[in-house]
Design a protein around this ligand. Structure first.
Ligand SMILES: Nc1nc2c(c(=O)[nH]1)N[C@H]1C(S)=C(S)[C@@H](COP(=O)(O)O)O[C@H]1N2
Ligand SMILES: [Mo]
Length: 303
């Protein structure tokens, strides 16, 4: 198969969100007719529920209801103002404990791997969630290219700092630039994605173009947008939310229904587009894949 990166995909080959939804609907119907028709009613309901759980949130919600404080704190601000972000040319600086530090052009990073589609839940600490069909490169494939050394215990990520393009940075809403970080084993986990697109298209600016992190078992604030720096460190990075507000936001930020945020419960969440709230799942539903990373840790203390 031909290896393509988003920039190289002909626009005519991109499935528009409406068709994408219909194609999924068709596949779902076909699957139900062939397989589920043979199952007893209870199993059929369970199968339908499991499928519904990863039914993508409409494109317009994913791209119009955002958190990106560089463009303001309102959910509609990023879609309104992020067009001022210039995502080409784009350089990612790689620093710290690795054999191949340097300044990498966006194209060099995209060339490492064709983006894969991954449908993941994204849950914000404010108890809303979405299901996003991401396009992205597994982060471990990118990091391996920089050859981290044994001293690389953590990875720190930094967002672009440019108040001229990012009006929110002219305010003191956050301590700029936005910084996030992962333990190296979290960063190397196969679920962790360096996202380059969604719904088969390039990432819209408001969703963190041209490169953003996606850690589906963690609260949304870990998924740092518009990354310009990756640094391998020995010490746990000082991350924006956890250092600014340590009682409310932890470094780990694993989705955990039994640890309430000081100002609200984390037990339930509202999937954008749903009428009713649903139970929040430990590790956002990915416990079977990631709980082992935290064996022996007190997750109430390390929230
Ligand atoms: N640079 C940067 N990255 C960020 C944020 C931000 O304000 N600035 N907000 C975070 C939060 S709180 C969430 S919930 C997600 C939202 O991602 P989405 O707008 O693509 O849904 O982005 C995260 N990444
Ligand atoms: Mo968030």
């Amino acid at each position: 198969m031909l290896i393509q990166k988003p920039a190289a995909i002909d626009p005519s080959e991109i499935t528009p969100p409406e068709l994408y939804a219909r194609r999924r609907e068709f596949l779902k119907t076909a699957a139900l007719l062939s397989a589920a028709a043979l199952l007893p009613p209870v199993a059929r309901d369970a199968a339908a529920a499991a499928d519904d759980d990863l039914k993508p949130t409409p494109y317009k919600d994913i791209t119009a209801y955002n958190n990106f404080y560089e463009f303001g704190s309102g959910k509609e601000d990023p879609a309104r103002y992020a067009s001022s972000l210039k995502t080409r040319p784009w350089t990612v600086t790689v620093e710290g404990h690795c054999a191949k530090p340097g300044a990498y052009a966006l194209e060099d990073i995209l060339a490492l791997q064709a983006p894969e589609e991954r449908i993941y839940r994204l849950r914000c600490v404010e108890a809303w969630s979405m299901v996003v069909p991401w396009l992205g490169i597994p982060l471990h494939k990118v990091l391996a290219h920089f050859q981290p050394t044994a001293s690389a215990q953590y990875v720190e990520f930094t967002t672009l700092l440019d108040p001229a393009q990012m009006p929110g940075q002219r305010t003191r809403l956050l301590d700029w630039p936005y910084v996030e970080g992962l333990r190296i084993d979290e960063a190397m986990h196969p679920l962790t994605l360096l996202a380059t697109g969604l719904y088969g298209k390039e990432l819209p600016n408001q969703n963190g173009a041209p490169l953003r992190l996606v850690t589906p078992w963690k609260y949304g604030f870990k998924s740092i947008k518009s990354i310009v720096k990756i640094r391998f460190t020995e010490q746990q990075p000082r991350t924006t939310w956890a250092s600014g507000n340590p009682d409310e936001y932890g470094f780990y930020a694993n989705v955990n229904p039994v640890v309430d945020h000081p100002r609200w419960s984390q037990k339930k969440e509202r999937r954008i587009g749903d009428l009713f709230r649903r139970d929040t799942l430990p590790f956002n539903g990915y416990a079977d894949q990631v709980a082992g990373l935290y064996a022996g840790m007190d997750l109430r203390r390390n929230f």
